[in-house]
Design a protein around this ligand. Sequence first.
Ligand code: XUL
Ligand code: MN
Length: 339
Amino acid sequence: MAAQYKFTFGPWNISTGSDPFGPPVRAEVPFASKIAEYKRLGFDGVQFHDDDVVPADLSWAETEKGAKAVKKVLDDEGLFCEFIAPRLWEDHRTIDGAYTSNDPAERKYALDRSKKAVDIAHIMGTKDIVLWLAREGTYIREAKCPVTASQRVLDAVNTLLDHDKTIRILGEMKPNEPTDSAYFPTVGHFLALCYRTMDPARTGVLIESAHSILAGIDPSEDMANALWHNKLWSVHLNDQNGLKYDQDKTFGSVDLRRAFNQVWVLERANYQGCIGLDIKAMRSTKSEHQTAHLSNSLLLFKRLVEVARSVDTAKVEAFRTSRNYEGLELYIINRLMGI
Ligand code: XUL
Ligand code: MN
């Protein structure tokens, strides 16, 4: 079952539980122990920020040595690296944005660091670079010129595409948090940017369920549209309880029907990318249960695949032909309830 899917998550998904209002509640798990968990939990690959591989701002010689060592750890575990994402939101030089900072020296730092992330990706054996544009936005409209900012994001993507002609750039869009107002807030905004880059064939998207929900869009709608563009290259499946902070809850834990819609769309469009998760354990989680949100999400995804595959397509066609969508709705919900 579901043999064609490859499952991934990032090491930050095993976390200490600290939040803006309180300190860690679980001990930090050493990197090597996290990596050792992947296969046991049923995962095939690892998503990385650049500084999950090696600390940022080391010399290139030290970076290369460190990245090669991490690649060997992955090889020894039989894991692959899905992507590298430059973490452009923690450094003091990215306080006012990275590619869209008003300060040219800070924009240069962001570009140099991103190019280095591409070089790290090369060592890690992946061609995919994920850009979550965390601080490319503002808290007040007048702080930056939003039109100039759009151009700066395009220029940054082109710089990376030019830096290495083999990589792909995947935009991971989110409308808010940490900024109040993000540039390129939705998947659709980034898809439009893809076609203005120097190489549209190497630009696409990673869609996170919670980010689409925060933008008021059903994630399956975003996914279906990106699939039509042939630009859905990865996903961050999770769930979200309304328009709050980005919750990154267990996939399917809030709205099972909404989760099923995503699986249905991916299944029926023969999606070829990885099934990535981006999920946080509840802060109240004890250390002995600190990977349950990952294994539970995987289990729920696989069960929903089973449900999607159990749907009788002839019945669906008959409901469509007779325009009996109430009947189709009950049929799908009954499948979800095992009836
Ligand atoms: C933030 C988010 C990030 C990216 C990786 O909301 O989803 O974790 O997935 O940089
Ligand atoms: Mn994410």
